[in-house]
Design a protein around this ligand. Structure first.
Ligand SMILES: [Zn+2]
Ligand SMILES: [Zn+2]
Length: 264
């Protein structure tokens, strides 16, 4: 089974009670690290001590700022899982300077005991990561810096899930998301804008819906949208792809098998 918990669905300026877009898959894989992910994931009954893998889509601030807090919290709670393996950090090469800054933030030279064991993996489009029964394919996103998208396949049930990362529309993503059961796509672009702002390379909801439609996805879940524009975001998306919905902070979706998604 693929179980996705939405730790946050917001953008670069999350307000009170909100969180930047990040998710927990199957209780142990975190996709991006929002501002306060180590705290907010606990609303989904996931402890920072449970996180064995972090997959970064890219290293813009709203996707990495919670990393010092996550590492600190995971180590603080190591007593919950004394046998926990080193935390595996996967992402583009920009992850290396982010990790250096994270270690500086944690004052690792002075307090080495606060940093859990970790391993860093630079991942590239076309590669595949295996975690238990999950196959995770790495794809390319179209964003102003090196960015990834990820496709999860449960090799037992064959259910599949694609996470767009931050990206403007591109045909490669349509191929990457082909026939997936749930497409989690960003919608940070202004739904009323005539076209995509090429400085920022985000998707409007209608662009996300176009990917879902062209890829023949079963369900589209929108994230990274401006909360004040939620109704307009959903309307624009549904005009292109009717089976679209806004993901909400604290929600879960379970992919039980091909074509079978259950929202909790
Ligand atoms: Zn970004
Ligand atoms: Zn972002």
């Amino acid at each position: 089974m693929l179980d996705v918990g939405f730790v946050g669905v917001g953008g670069t300026r999350p307000g009170h009670g909100e969180e930047a877009t990040c998710f927990v898959i199957n209780g142990c894989i975190l996709i991006d690290v929002g501002f306060n992910a180590a705290v907010n994931m606990q609303a989904l009954e996931v402890s920072p001590a449970d996180i064995d893998h972090v997959l970064f889509t890219h290293c813009h601030h709203d996707h990495v700022l919670g990393l010092p807090g996550l590492l600190f919290a995971r180590n603080n709670r190591a007593v919950e899982r004394p046998e926990a393996p080193p935390i595996q950090l996967h992402g583009p090469q920009d992850l290396t300077p982010v990790l250096s800054a994270t270690l500086a933030m944690l004052q690792a030279d002075r307090y080495p005991q606060v940093v859990p064991e970790y391993q860093v993996h630079h991942v590239y489009p076309g590669e595949c990561i295996e975690v238990g029964d999950l196959r995770i394919d790495v794809g390319r996103a179209f964003h102003p810096l090196d960015a990834r998208c990820y496709r999860f396949t449960d090799t037992v049930t064959r259910g599949s899930l694609v996470i767009s990362g931050d990206t403007a529309y591109h045909e490669g993503l349509v191929d990457f998301a082909r026939d997936c059961d749930v497409l989690i796509h960003e919608a940070a672009g202004d739904p009323e804008a005539e076209s995509v702002d090429m400085r920022y390379l985000h998707s409007r909801p209608q662009d996300a819906a176009r990917v879902a439609m062209e890829a023949s996805a079963s369900t589209l879940a929108l994230v990274h949208y401006p909360p004040a524009k939620g109704a307009a975001v959903l309307t624009k998306a549904k005009q292109v792809f009717p089976n679209a919905r806004l993901a909400r902070k604290g929600q879960r979706v379970q992919v039980l098998g091909p074509g079978q998604a259950a929202w909790v």
